[in-house]
Design a protein around this ligand. Structure first.
Ligand SMILES: [Zn+2]
Length: 78
């Protein structure tokens, strides 16, 4: 597992083995977010999905998560 300089926690830490999202967004996350922070986001996103009643199978509704994710991971415009 390669190390990344994580945007969120600012540490050099083990990254993800493979992109957790499709396309350029997934490539950015692999390059800039450590596995631990990604795991924390996954837990956070579950709460958000429940709280807001977001249907993640629906691409349009899933879009609502991305700005929150960008802020959470400290990657503007992710
Ligand atoms: Zn991190």
């Amino acid at each position: 597992m390669a190390e990344v300089l994580c945007s969120r926690c600012g540490r050099h830490a083990p990254g993800l083995d493979e992109p957790p999202l499709a396309g350029a967004r997934g490539a950015t996350v692999v390059a800039r977010v450590c596995a631990a922070c990604w795991g924390e986001w996954v837990e956070e996103s579950k709460l958000l999905i429940n709280h807001h009643g977001i249907e993640v199978a629906d691409p349009q509704q899933r879009q609502r998560l991305y700005p929150i994710m960008a802020e959470y991971l400290k990657i503007p415009g992710l």
